[in-house]
Structure formats: C-alpha cells, structure tokens
Design a protein around this ligand. Structure first.
Ligand code: CTP
Ligand code: MG
Length: 381
C-alpha cells in the first residue's frame, strides 16, 4: 500500500490575521506548515508528500519546508476543495491522507488508526465527540440540538485515491469543507476513528495561543554529549572556546582544532538528534578546511533552534596539562555565549588534568567533553 500525504496550505488565514497566511506563522520556532508536514512524513507508512500552496507563496513555502523531501509543490485554488482537487490531480499511489496545514500536530497513532480500516472501507476520518451542549442561536439562544451521535470531524482523512478522485468528479454541491462530505455523497464508506485534541485546527487567535501553550506543555528536557581530541603540532596559539591562547605549541586539525567548540557543537546536535559535526561539515569537503569553528557552533545552535528546541545550558570540561586555561575561562564563556546566542550564565567551561596519565598527561594533545541541555517539543503519544 503506497500512501501519499496531501497537505492543503493554499489558504489566506484571514480569520487568524497576523500579516501572513497562518500556515507560515511560527509556533515553537517552526512554521505551522512544517509541523504538519513533518508529523505526516515521519510516519513509516507515508512515502510521498504533496503540498498545495497559494499563488505567490512560493518563497514562504520554500523557506518553511527547507530540507524536507517534498515530491510535489503545486498551486491551489480559490476554495479549499479546489486546492484538494489540484493535489489529487497530480498524485498517484493507493491511499491519500488529505490534511489541513492548519493542524500542525498529528500524532502517529492517529495515522495508524486511519490506515487500518482501509482494508474494508473506502476511507476513514478522525472524529471527536461533542462535549458541550449544542443549541441554535441568533441574538438569543434558540432550540437545543441533540448532541448524541454528533461528532467533530478532523483531518488527516484517509481515502483510497481512486475512490476519492471519482467522488470529487461526481460532486456538484457547494464547495465542501472536507473530504468526508464528498465521499459520503459519492457513496463511499467512511470509517470513523478516534481523533485527537492535538489535531485541533488553528483558525482564530485563541486557537493559535492554545496551540502554542499545548506545545510548551510538551517540551521535554533532552541532553546531548560531545567529545573531541586534537594533537599538539606546530606553533601556537591554541584555539579553545573561540579564544586564541598564547602557547608554544598549536593543535593540529582540519579546521582551527578548537576542541571546546567542536565538543559543544556535537553536544547540541546530539541533544536534538541532528547527527554530528562531521555530517554537517564533512572533513572531505575542502570548503571547511581551516574554517573557524565558531561557524560550526553557530550553525548547530541555529539548526537546533530551527527544530523547535530551546537551548538551556552547555557545560564543557577541557582535559589538558597545557596550556593553562584558568585565566581564559570567563572570556571563553562570553565568546561561546556570543556564538551560540546564549547568555554567558548559560555557558560553563572547566578544566582538569589527568594527573600525568594518558595522552593528555603526556602532553600529546587536548581533549574536551561537553554536555548540552535543551528542551524540545514532542508531539507523540
Ligand atoms: N486551504 C487551501 N486552499 C484554499 C483555502 C484553504 O488549501 N483555497 C487550506 C488552508 O491553508 C488550511 C485548510 O485548507 O490549511 C483549512 O482551511 P481554513 O482553516 O479555512 O484556512 P484559511 O482558508 O487559510 O483560513 P481563513 O478561512 O480564516 O482565511
Ligand atoms: Mg478558509
């Protein structure tokens, strides 16, 4: 079964306001559209991603989706249904998950629940029961409405692609607000599965605020570890923590051999699960030869924040008999904080010797260990 995620993001977001279409507004450091795209494509069953955007939104979409594998990026239409139709026209595969970009957080368990019934049904939609009393209302309250059997229908909605396509072709009513209306009118069977509060659509400023708070409540602390060693070679100074320390010998390395910045860079990347320094700056690439390590650290801090994380603290231990780093510790903290856009109080640098033991004890090189503590949004479960 090949599954394509079709995200409609061609709306104007007029009810939310805020100067730009809501799908490009940021929550927890990431555009809403990116949250939506990531939460669908990281599900193992989802192979393809098609995003439908509004005319003139190309640059915003490219920025929001940077680095993600988007198989088709196409222009939508006047109504949501036009955008869905435009998407359906270009995708293939067995199953489509049609999703609103305005619902940034889709737990993987919802996708599991949606795909399971497709063996027996043409489609499936996530729903939530209605808890409040329902009533008609004008200026004053009118007749109550029996809420039993009523549900609120969310997206993503899963359909056999051919069946949904045929139903859309047969649709003659006013523009539908979702696919279940089209599917039902076209005679398709649509299974009902449990939705999730995380999937609430962002429509008004109150919804936006609620989504921000929801994510804030889901920030979990994570710790990353970094370690680096460089051998003494040639003449000083020695670069440590972005500070040039006068010394008779220097450190050998592909870049400026700043073990402190390298260890902190790896700790940050590790905390966010974003690989390591070698993956971001391959030593085989001559562009990075001799590059000041501050670029590596600045990049790591930026990508960690771009993943929605907050950096709380970094701590580093330098392991060396020489040079003496004590007099430079405060300057290193200031420098590291400046590079990573932190306050100096969020940075700690310490140093130790190994009592003459091992390669550092034999004064063959300098090692550094680092730990980074971050808080990162977590939308599963
Ligand atoms: N959408 C779309 N094409 C349209 C209209 C809406 O792709 N012509 C998308 C929106 O980008 C959103 C989803 O459909 O992801 C749900 O629509 P809605 O919440 O109404 O978003 P907007 O139309 O952008 O908001 P508003 O109605 O407040 O302008
Ligand atoms: Mg709309």
């Amino acid at each position: 079964m090949t599954v394509t995620a079709l995200i409609v993001a061609a709306g104007k977001g007029e009810r939310l306001g805020g100067g730009m279409p809501k799908q490009y507004r940021q929550i927890g450091g990431k555009p809403i559209l990116r949250w939506a795209a990531e939460s669908l494509i990281r599900h193992p069953a989802v192979q393809w991603l098609c995003v439908v955007i509004g005319r003139g939104q190309e640059a915003l979409a490219a920025e929001a989706l940077r680095g993600l594998e988007v198989d088709a990026l196409i222009e939508g239409g006047e109504e949501r249904a036009d955008s869905v139709y435009a998407g359906l026209s270009v995708i293939s595969g067995d199953v489509v998950l049609v999703h609103d970009a305005a619902r940034p957080f889709c737990p993987p368990s919802v996708i599991d629940r949606l795909l399971a019934p497709l063996e027996f049904f043409d489609g499936a939609a996530p729903v939530l029961t209605v808890g409040d009393t329902l009533a008609r209302a004008g200026e004053t309250l009118g007749e109550p409405v029996d809420r039993s059997g009523l549900v609120r229908v969310q997206t993503p909605q899963a359909f056999r692609l051919g069946a949904l396509w045929a139903a859309y072709d047969r649709w003659t009513g006013d523009p539908p607000t979702d696919e279940t209306s089209v599917a039902r009118a076209g005679g398709l069977t649509v299974a009902v599965v449990e939705g999730d509060a995380a999937l609430e659509k962002i429509t008004t400023p109150a919804d936006f605020h609620r989504a921000e708070q929801w994510l804030e409540g889901r920030l979990v602390p994570r710790t990353g570890l970094g370690f680096d060693v460089h051998a003494f070679s040639g003449e000083g100074p020695v670069m440590l923590g972005g500070i040039a320390i006068p010394h008779s010998r220097g450190l050998a390395g592909h870049s400026d051999a700043d073990v402190v910045l390298h260890a902190i860079t790896d700790a940050l990347l590790g905390a966010a699960g974003l690989g390591d320094i070698g993956e971001h700056f391959p030593p085989s690439n001559p562009t990075y030869a001799g590059m000041a390590s501050e670029h590596f650290l600045a990049h790591a801090a930026q990508v960690v924040r771009a993943s929605g994380a907050i950096i709380d603290h970094v701590d580093c231990t330098i392991i060396a008999e020489e040079p003496k780093v004590g007099p430079f510790r405060a300057a290193m903290c200031d420098r590291i904080a400046g590079i990573a856009s932190l306050a100096p109080s969020q940075v700690s640098v310490k140093a130790t010797t190994t009592d003459g033991l091992g390669f550092t004890g034999r004064r063959e090189g300098v090692a550094a260990q680092a730990i980074a503590n971050i808080r990162m949004g977590w939308i599963d479960g």
